[in-house]
Write a protein that binds this ligand. Structure first.
Ligand code: GLN
Length: 287
């Protein structure tokens, strides 16, 4: 960005920002420049255009320039704006957590489908493994009144984010620190849900620079990406109520392999696709 940056008005700042981001290979460069400048000014995006003749202070310009630079280095937009929408709710996100994805909303919906049938006794107990930002756990607690939701994660930093998100959305979730089932020894749940790390070592090599800015702990599922399904399939029985169900997110080509892992532990499973037609969810029950 040139040295005259500080003399630019709002329209010019947006144009310069968009041009810069485009040169760095960001697809929605204009939208992102808008969002960053609006964020710096503390206003919603549509208000930017109502305030075109208002002054942008040198401090705001400096902050905007700094954000453009970081975005140009492919830091994810959600980390800069510190927010992401999921299931119609606002979530705080930072680099300690995976950014909630639209596909994961399908997982939340599958869990919430159970609230519509009467098969689950009340109060329903739901466990979210590898809760991360808490998006799944918080959305389920928000939309399923009376559900008791427990979320576990191995990262204390992630759990602080999850706690913040529960408070921000006015729901109660019992977040506990520890690896997978360790924090819930001796307890049972009607539904166990999880979006575990499932990227293989090879796939990680092809991930976008944005994804590589996300916590590797939340992405890498061992050499073939399937480690967490093996661990969950091995241990889940002890933590499921009889008739309990597992609902897990899986990678786009993992349906068959995950089905086999669960079959090997005596589960029957169904694979569901996402809107792009890729394998995305496995639902498994003890036979
Ligand atoms: N869906 C994520 C991706 O885009 C992976 C999430 C996960 O490993 N749970 O790579």
């Amino acid at each position: 960005m040139d040295k005259d940056f500080f003399s630019l008005n709002i329209m010019e700042l947006l144009k310069a920002g968009s041009f810069y981001l485009e040169s760095k290979g960001i697809p929605d460069s204009r939208t992102e420049a808008d969002l960053l400048l609006a964020f710096v000014r503390g206003i919603p995006r549509d208000k930017l255009y109502l305030e075109l003749n208002k002054e942008v202070s040198p401090q705001e310009k400096e902050k905007y320039q700094e954000f453009l630079r970081r975005r140009g280095e492919r830091e994810p937009l959600a980390y800069l704006l510190k927010t992401r929408e999921f299931m119609g709710l606002e979530f705080y996100v930072d680099r300690n957590v995976l950014i909630p994805r639209p596909e994961t909303e399908l997982l939340a919906e599958k869990v919430l489908d159970f609230s519509k049938n009467n098969l689950v006794q009340k109060p329903v107990r739901i466990l979210d493994l590898c809760t991360g930002s808490g998006a799944l756990a918080v959305a389920v607690a928000f939309y399923w009144e009376g559900a008791e939701v427990v979320g576990t994660d191995i990262s204390q930093e992630a759990l602080s984010v999850a706690q913040k998100n529960a408070m921000q959305n006015h729901v109660q979730v019992d977040f506990r620190l520890g690896d997978l089932f360790r924090p819930v020894l001796g307890e049972r749940f009607h539904i166990i849900v999880s979006n575990p790390p499932y990227v293989s070592e090879e796939e990680y090599g092809y991930c976008s620079p944005e994804v590589r800015n996300e916590p590797v702990l939340a992405l890498l599922g061992g050499k073939d990406g399937l480690d967490y399904y093996r661990k969950i399939a091995l241990e889940a029985e002890e933590f499921l109520m009889s008739e309990g169900t597992l609902i897990l997110e899986i990678g786009c080509c993992q349906g068959q392999a995950v089905k086999e892992i669960f079959a090997g532990r005596g589960y029957q499973s169904l694979i569901f696709p996402d809107y792009a037609g890729h394998d995305r969810i496995v639902m498994a029950k003890k036979e």
